[in-house]
Ligand binder design. Sequence first.
Ligand code: SF4
Length: 860
Amino acid sequence: MKTGAPIRTTCAYCGVGCGVSATVTGPRAVEIRGDAAHPANHGRLCSKGTHLGETVSLDGRLLAPMIGDREAGWDEALDLVAGKMRDCIAEHGPDSVAFYVSGQLLTEDYYAANKLMKGFVGSANIDTNSRLCMASAVAAHNRAFGEDVVPCSYADLDEADLVLLVGSNTAWCHPVVWQRLEQARAARGTRLVVIDPRRTETAEQADLHVPIAPDGDVALFNALLAETRRRGLVDEEYLAAHGEVDAGFWEALDAAPGVPAETFTALCDLVAAHPRMVTLFSQGANQSVCGTDKGNAIINLHLATGRINRAGAGPFSITGQPNAMGGREVGGLSNTLACHLGFGEDERAEVEAFWDAPNLCAGPGLKAVDLFRAVHDGRIRFLWVMATNPAVSMPDSGFVRKALARCPTVVVSDIIADTDTGRLAHIRLPAHGWGEKDGTVTNSERRVSRQRALFAAPGEARADWRIIAQVAARMGWTEHFAWDGPSAIFREFAAMTGLAARRGKALDLTAHAGLTDDEYEGLEPFQWGGAQPLGARFPTPSGKARLVPVTPPAPAIDTEFPLRLNTARYRDQWHTMTRTGLSPTLSQHRPEPLLEVHPLDAAELGLTDGGFSRVETKQGASLYRVAVTEGQRRGEVCVPMHWTDAMAGEGRANRLPSQAVDPVSGQPGFKNAAARVVAVTPDWRGFLVRHDVAAPEGLLYWTRARVKAGWLYELAGEGTIDIGALLPEGERIEVVDMARGMRRIAVRDTGGTLLAAAYLTRSGQLPPREWVAGQLGLDAASTAELLAGRPSTPLPDRGPIVCVCHGIGEKDIAAAVQGGASSVAEVGACTRAGTNCGSCRPAIARLVEAWTPIALEAAE
Ligand code: SF4
């Protein structure tokens, strides 16, 4: 264990790629600060980054190789993996083998996996969960620029006069980028437009919210480009020098924008008035069956107006994962060979020579959805999943579970012992987690940063690249994978980018190919390609960028499933919650998955705020608590994507979308599924706090969320109120009120320490969770207090927690506003809310706006 001096590393979560300064304070304990010297964040961190220290415990870690349910030694496990893969190739050919990897891998891990599959196994069946995240942006870049290059940097956001956010709840999903935008708006009046079907916290803060229909982006951007041309704003000189425009392109543009005329005019006026314009787009654009066209519609506008390749201007695709970009660089997507190279004869020959590859793949492999279809129908018979949880995260995840259950060999490398995917694996291999990993990641602005180890690897955990190399060695390719550390892999990768650079591509890390181990250890963040990586000549055969003709999709109509279902992320959770779900602080913001629905739809469907609903699609059904909100458009509903079978009975969102994908990128359309919603009325509901993890069975509804000394379960059921099996052994005290249909139970150990407490009712009120959860592991509360669910001296009711850093609730903020605070800063001065990481500032702004008229009325 390294203690003492701060270690500079990077955040584990999103594609912003914030630098972190981590000071190890004890065994599996670390203090986290933003790295002031890192150009991505200049010291800022969001709530997730700030509370990384709460996720480094060994809770739930996979600490030894497992064959079935049996612990095994590494040699036995690796021999088995290599043997199964070798047999599968011998019997069924190389395409019967597949890897499904992840943007959580470091670049060095990714490079090793790609090299093994494409150069040595002899198949390109390696795909990544980045396919689910931004494959459409990659395809759009390739179509327009001839290479997957993001032509922007975060500094462009500082220098833009207008920022369009498309399909991005930036304030929640890329909070440090949001803070940078907030700063630019305060400093120079940057105008902000949010194009999104939902009125998110980001949209609420915008100068203009454009509430398009789901998948309405292409129509809007085509109409915007047509109007921009009508106003004489096309940069003919730039286009003549740098753009290729097909005959008939302009004539095909005219589409109805799909938004109210006054909103469209306001958008056009803003675009016309601000040539320094960045369009930042994210999963809302990409996770669509027409995501590539959306990317090109955005890029077309920038190319036509010359708003690209200069400071403060450009189309900026921002990635979801910490190292999605690194995966794109090495070739982790199945339709790239390696290092931005394709499968042309010359490119294959160069890669074959570089790797000295005995079995170079012949052509592209299967993209994620097709890959799992091939697993399902038996074409793929050996699947190795690394650092991801496809049983939860893939669309139509019920189908993916069936596919995994049928596959003769499923290997999972992960840090967590019990994941939904791990439950279906034959062999599980313990990998390094954040805090143990050592290598590099690349963020959304192409900035390569070191991720450094803080702790010794626990148990038998090994680095992913090492596991891959050790399997490769057992298959007879020892010398090709004989790296002695991540620095050696990085040097090899950096040298390999020379193959791309020699073809005029922007990806070029060759200047780093000669780094010594010490230089690699001390490597400062650097941005490949610089601020404007595309320069005057685009990496296309003509040297010009292409304006790609795109047409809006036909409206989707399904009378049986008449609603459109969107899936979204929560501010303080990450992917399938295997890490953020361990943090009691982060679990406060949204402890349950909610179905968000417009008030008029709720009334029509018989849904009530706080009640329950079942969402159904052709693929499956999930159960959610209802949140009625004007933020949803009519006819559309939204659920979060984070909850798994380990965290909820039926809250798994990705069982709902279909397997439909974008025809160019293969990215699934997570955000616009045909659905219907029915109200569900349980006989009783309530909650349980418990010091350890339980396995609820036979309930209509349950979810669990971490609290400081245990877990908070939300429960609902049918028939008799009975959760006896969920209560631990101990001294039980109980009160039952048959008339009110209420039951309260507390379980203590012989010393009086609270082990569990349950509050269940058929129709009555429930006590606030916060105080009850705070009693777990303590012996301070009296029997009467425990059964009442509140202390004898009442605590203030703070309402739902808004600022998780300081534990400030909605009611605290309302009180501050009623006391005269009229801005986020003034609320911060009164309550401390929003003064640490800043992730809650948009929510505070919304509350200030909502409560100010009430406060003024009260003062009059
Ligand atoms: Fe991590 Fe938050 Fe920065 Fe994303 S914005 S990298 S989650 S600290």
